[in-house]
Ligand binder design. Structure first.
Ligand SMILES: CC(C)(COP(=O)(O)OP(=O)(O)OC[C@H]1O[C@@H](n2cnc3c(N)ncnc32)[C@H](O)[C@@H]1OP(=O)(O)O)[C@@H](O)C(=O)NCCC(=O)NCCS
Length: 183
């Protein structure tokens, strides 16, 4: 369990798959800026067991234990190396309360503390202002525009690529990384 101030991140377990399936099959969960998808429990279970993307999902839980969404990291294999990317989504009733920003900050801390990586990246539809705001508040920088990057809702959409470099992150923001760190 990775503990934040407002929320905690807990690795998604097999027992979580029923509510996870329910979330991701509801069009409003991913919202208007993400691909519309319908996934069977069998497919979700297969992805959980084995994935080429090295995908790992964490459930975002409030301090009272209620489950409000997920944040994930996955690896994209590129000819010159591997790229570490994150994704996230919250149930509509829990948005706009700062929870996702903290979930992303915890994930970034976790990845830089646990892996020998120089950058963590994320990409988002150019119209997804809430997602861009989350990334900027968590210290990511916009790298550029990727034209016609996603197929969404019947059309191709442009996306922004964001990243945070290890030297920009410097120190954990949420996870207590040093014994002398307060709060
Ligand atoms: C993107 C998402 C995860 C953000 O979660 P969240 O918990 O609401 O994020 P936070 O509360 O931490 O921050 C949201 C910020 O965006 C701002 N925001 C939200 N909607 C906005 C809009 N339409 N225009 C401008 N700013 C907006 C909020 O005001 C807040 O910024 P502030 O703290 O400066 O006021 C959530 O909207 C969601 O689940 N969307 C559907 C799935 C999705 O798009 N995932 C991202 C894929 S790239």
């Amino acid at each position: 369990m990775l503990e934040g101030k407002l929320i905690n991140l807990r690795v998604l377990e097999k027992e979580d798959l029923p509510f996870f399936a329910e979330w991701i099959n509801k069009p409003e969960f991913y919202g208007e800026h993400n691909p519309l998808r319908q996934v069977s429990r069998t497919e979700i279970e297969k992805t959980f067991e084995k994935t080429a993307l090295e995908l790992k999902n964490f459930v975002v839980e409030k301090k009272d234990g209620s489950k409000i969404g997920f944040v994930c990291h996955f690896t994209l294999t590129h000819p010159v190396g591997k790229l570490l990317e994150i994704g996230y989504s919250l149930i509509p009733s829990e948005r706009g309360k700062g929870y996702c920003t903290e979930a992303v900050q915890i994930m970034v801390d976790y990845l830089f503390l646990s892996r020998d990586v120089i950058r963590v990246q994320a990409c988002t539809d150019t119209r997804n202002v809430a997602s861009q705001r989350v990334l900027e508040k968590a210290g990511f920088k916009k790298e550029g525009l990727m034209r016609k990057y996603f197929f969404l809702r019947g059309g191709f959409r442009d996306a922004y690529l964001y990243s945070i470099l290890r030297e920009e992150w410097k120190d954990p923001k949420i996870i207590a990384g040093r014994p002398d760190r307060q709060g």
